[in-house]
Ligand binder design. Structure first.
Ligand code: NAI
Length: 310
């Protein structure tokens, strides 16, 4: 098997002072990347801050013979995102890889959710990914190379009780990644999403007896593969945890067709609902064009997909 290296590559890992991000930073550096270890150093609900978490990881990397620089900026502001990218450029001259990984939790059931719990979670996960990725993307475009990874969660992609704020932010990252995959395609910028499961400070009270086998290091290889030069895929979603590596995808079925440009009645929708929701024969779309193409076929008179009452 060919070894996958990161020699000459410059990587930014946000939230790399602990948990999953720390393992990404250590392994990237071990494999030759120069790494910006970004971490605000606050509590898991996003309060406070400090330099010790990022510093400790930079020290670990240096002691193992790798190259890294600490950044204590918050991803949650435009200035913070720009400063993180500027750290990479000032110290290492460019940015090849961004792993958007910083995260916080403010779990509450929907009825109890305060506006502040929504804003802080959207700020770190969703807006934070915009703020760090945008200045990096501009440089990647100029350089004709980039690898972006966004950290989503099954809580957003699939749903998890008590996490509306977090789930919405995490699902929003899928939209961001999908569009960047398209905008980055001709510049050799790949953009993918990972939904990890690992024992970290965010999850230690939630995973129960499974926690023992859910080391963050089990997620690291897939995350790093997705930001490696060897990675050819873009616009995709993967999940990793406990030694299992898998793909999640959004599927699009053929649906049911009334007729080209013909609106159905509510009753016809009800009568054909089984066909409308039948996943049989689904495809995995690579952009909105795949959906439009199916509509286009119908408008051109191809109603062979599924006729009324079939
Ligand atoms: P963690 O709490 O160990 O890591 C998150 C890091 O982000 C912390 O070190 C924290 O200081 C940093 N951070 C928080 N706000 C920041 C900000 N504004 N700017 C810069 N850094 C900031 O937790 P973990 O589990 O390693 O989480 C990493 C990512 O994985 C998060 O995005 C999380 O939502 C996601 N995730 C984790 C899962 C798990 O099972 N551990 C499951 C699904 C998603």
């Amino acid at each position: 098997m060919t070894e996958i290296g990161f020699d000459g590559r410059v990587a930014i890992v946000t939230g790399a002072g602990g948990g999953l991000g720390r393992t990404y930073a250590l392994e990237l550096a071990r494999r030759g990347a120069r790494v910006v270890v970004n971490d605000l150093g606050g509590s898991m609900d996003g309060r406070g801050g400090g330099s010790s978490m990022a510093d400790a990881v930079v020290k670990e990397i240096a002691e193992a013979g790798g190259q890294a620089v600490a950044s204590y900026d918050s991803v949650a502001t435009v200035e913070g995102g720009e400063a993180i990218v500027a750290t990479a450029v000032d110290r290492f001259g460019k940015v090849d890889i961004v792993i958007n990984n910083a995260g916080i939790l403010r779990d509450k059931t929907f009825v109890k959710l305060a506006a502040e719990d929504l804003e802080s979670v959207l700020d770190v996960h969703l807006k934070g990914a915009f703020f760090v990725t945008q200045p990096a993307f501009r440089l990647m475009k100029e350089n004709g190379y980039g690898r972006l990874l966004f950290t989503s969660s099954t809580s957003g992609l699939l749903g998890n009780f008590g996490q509306t704020n977090y789930g919405a932010a995490k699902a929003g990252l899928l939209g961001l990644s999908n569009v960047l995959a398209l905008e980055g395609a001709k510049y050799n910028i790949k953009s993918n999403v990972i939904a990890p499961t690992a024992r970290t400070r965010l999850t230690e009270d939630l995973l129960g007896p499974m926690a023992e086998k859910l080391a963050p290091e089990c997620v690291t290889p897939l995350a790093l593969y997705l930001v490696s030069e060897a990675c050819e895929v873009t616009h995709e979603i993967y999940t990793a945890g406990g030694g299992r590596y898998a793909r999640i995808f959004v599927g699009l079925n053929d649906g049911w067709v009334k007729g080209p440009g013909e609106p159905a009645t509510l009753e016809e929708v009800a009568a054909n609902f089984a066909s409308i929701r039948d996943p049989e024969g689904y495809v995995i779309p690579t952009s909105t064009a795949d959906d439009l193409q199916k509509v286009g076929r119908v408008l051109k008179g191809d109603v062979s997909i599924q006729r009324p009452g079939r």
